[in-house]
Design a protein around this ligand. Structure first.
Ligand SMILES: NC(=O)c1ccc[n+]([C@@H]2O[C@H](COP(=O)([O-])OP(=O)(O)OC[C@H]3O[C@@H](n4cnc5c(N)ncnc54)[C@H](OP(=O)(O)O)[C@@H]3O)[C@@H](O)[C@H]2O)c1
Length: 315
């Protein structure tokens, strides 16, 4: 039997990966809503790849609810240089947490998937049913296979043991605690840093990779955290659920918006010798919208908030 009970303010809630982009936003959101009984461990306090330590942690702490936001995450460069780490770390984290959540009778677990694990040529906008309907993007295949395994573990534990483990598929995220390292970051934080540094150094222009024509969707991580808490309270189904804004823009539009927010006065140039990637990547968010949830932070406002955070904490 599924336990469709909801978190209450005294529930013991474990947020795995609480210092990351997603985990830190979930912690902020839970605290704002008055959930104070949070269980948090850094990777040096508890290496989630270490089975015996994770088992001992669940046995002694016995959390009621788990947000699984710990993962090995990175861009194309990191994925192509460390494929073994991406598949091993993510499988180990998922196996240890999901199995021990079952063994210690966790009431509900939320697992973070990612829109980048949909097939490379999935129809746009991508629907939940498109998972595993085609070939994966080769550059992050080991990561995607590990993440798909996590989703299938949740489904299987629900089916065999009546667990209540849900999986969500967020679109591209951005916000405080994002990775601004140029070698390893996603396009939005990389552009914030490039425009900021070009302004500081007095550079005449910023070069953006590709034609600027591909269309992408971006969700502020505070909206994602809001959706995760909403789904933890209101969604009890094994089927995946997409989380996004349902709107996309071209990379050129994104670059010009960031230029404006940062206040860079030079030129924007596009290096068309660099690859564009897929023409469009957008999630179909009709399922989560039909449950009564919608993104609230518009892109300009979200970039302004993120740029402020970058200036105060990173630059
Ligand atoms: N970023 C995006 O655009 C995006 C989009 C869609 C989905 N997601 C999903 O959201 C989840 C979180 O991503 P994120 O962007 O928040 O990643 P992140 O900022 O890199 O944070 C990952 C967290 O995982 C923890 N972690 C990694 N390896 C660990 C280990 N061996 N033991 C214990 N903790 C470990 C780290 O803990 P420490 O800080 O303590 O080392 C870190 O805080 C991932 O599943 C990802 O697929 C992200």
């Amino acid at each position: 039997m599924k336990q469709a009970r909801v978190m209450d303010k005294n529930s013991k809630i474990y947020v795995a990966g609480h210092r990351g982009l997603v985990g830190s936003a979930i912690v902020r959101r839970l605290k704002v809503e008055g959930y104070d009984n949070l269980l948090l461990r850094t990777s040096s306090e508890l290496d989630l790849r270490d089975g015996p330590s994770v088992k001992a942690f669940f046995e002694s702490e016995r959390p009621d609810y788990v947000f699984l936001a710990a993962a090995k995450v990175g861009g194309i460069w990191a994925n192509s240089h460390y494929p073994a780490d991406f598949i091993y770390d993510n499988l180990a984290i998922e196996i240890n947490i999901i199995h021990n959540a079952y063994l210690s009778s966790v009431k509900k677990l939320l697992f973070l998937g990612s829109s980048c694990i949909y097939p490379k040529f999935a129809p746009q906008p991508m629907k939940e049913e498109h998972l595993l309907s085609g070939t994966l993007e080769p550059t992050n295949e080991p990561y995607a296979v590990a993440k798909i395994a996590g989703i299938k573990m949740c489904e299987s534990y629900n089916r065999q043991y009546g667990a209540n483990f849900i999986s969500v598929m967020p679109t591209n995220l951005y916000g405080p605690n994002d990775n601004f390292d140029l070698e390893n970051s996603h396009v939005l934080p990389a552009l914030i840093r490039k425009f900021h540094e070009a302004g500081v150094n007095g550079s005449p222009s910023v070069i953006v990779w590709g034609t600027g024509n591909p269309r992408r969707e971006f969700l502020h991580v505070d909206d994602l955290a809001d959706a995760c808490v909403f789904l933890m309270q209101n969604y009890n189904d094994s089927e995946l659920i997409n989380i996004g804004t349902g709107e996309d823009q071209t990379i050129k539009e994104l670059a010009l918006l960031i230029k404006e927010v940062v206040g860079f006065e030079g030129k924007v140039e596009f290096d068309t010798s660099k690859p564009d990637g897929m023409a469009r990547k957008l999630l179909d968010v009709s399922k989560i919208n039909s449950l009564g949830w919608q993104a609230k932070i518009d892109l300009r406002q979200g970039i302004e908030m993120t740029y402020r955070w970058y200036c105060e904490n990173y630059a």
